[in-house]
Ligand binder design. Sequence first.
Ligand code: ASP
Length: 433
Amino acid sequence: MPWYKKLHWQIIIGLILGLLWGLFSTQAGLNAFTSEFIRPFGTIFVNMLQLIAIPLVLASLVVGVAKLNDITKLSRMGGKTLGIYFVTTMCAITIGLVSVNLIQPGNALPEETRDELLLSYQENVDDRRSNVEDALDRGRLQPIVDIVPQNAINAMTSNANMLQVVFIALLLGIGIIQINQKKGEQLVSFFDAFNDVIIKIVDYIMLLAPYGVFALLAAVIIDLAGDDLARAIDLLFALGWYSIAVILGLIVHLFLVYTVLFKIFSNMSLKDFFRGIRPAMLLGFSTSSSAATLPVTMERVERNLGVHEEVASFVLPVGATINMDGTSLYQAVAAVFIAQAVGMDLSLAEQLTIILTATLASIGAAGVPGAGIIMLVIVLNSVNVPVEGIALILGVDRILDMCRTAVNITGDAAVSVAVASSEGKIVAGNYDD
Ligand code: ASP
């Protein structure tokens, strides 16, 4: 197959053209046109991905569980998944802390720029702070209560309820194992066929990916640059060291932590892994949403990395909701950066507190654009860094969100490979497109 027909190259071309169009549009005064006639195609693309997420998770997890003839396997797999998610998140935060302490981006921020940023983003900070305060008011155990829905139909009406859907699918799957085998098989074959249909739809949606990504990127650029590209570029430079600290940390995490993870659990090479998962990474980057990318992540992990449906259908939806290596790393860098910029020196104990709170904050962050910066409030509060400091980093947040989302998705996929390998539930994949 010629290189330009490969899916990931087509997505990359869409991405670059979208970027160029966005830049051209801000220079040629075409922002209103781009916003009105190009942006909607990006929205339609993301909506289509989101549209199939709940049916896909429900169908594939019911089938996955119902085919497990032994329920103890499920709890072993669940424990392993959560354990590895927890450890990789802690590693990510530690890498973020090392990166920000070495680079010290907050000390490089000129005072003038700091004051200007604090002033111009103040309003946006208040919005984010009140969101988190509302969430905290609901009680510490509320996230666990929220996993159990009162009403199955309601649970399936919002993608934000992914863990509730996982819960329902687990109950259904376990129920199917327990009833009369003949009857159970009828239900399993229904969900199995339904699952195949959804996977077909994912294939169709992926044909649109290059165009969707073009529209998404063009919209991101006009939002970032507005009518004043020069100011946006100045901002990028002012926050250059901070962005480097985040991106460098993400790269180290990708190559170091997943190499070690695969050394322990799997004999898949990191190169094959990245070849198999790259279209999902690119979509995560373009959409800034792990939840919207989930159908594609599931398809790539099962079809290209060879992970059995039993494992992928459980590990990935849970991961898209609670496992965010990229987000937690970014939160650690952001918290220390803000502290440095306002002249606070965080002690070792305070930095250890960040490891704990950034783990919780990333678990609590939804897989949607900008969720990580909302939950950052919790991390800042825990070490008494002024929440107003968020204003310092808002200007480049969208770009970093794209990068951290790509890592979030990669983390979920890597853990599904590790769990599947350790359970003997993986076959050689078709790593190329
Ligand atoms: N956008 C990220 C995600 O969907 C969450 C974040 O804002 O960090 O994974």
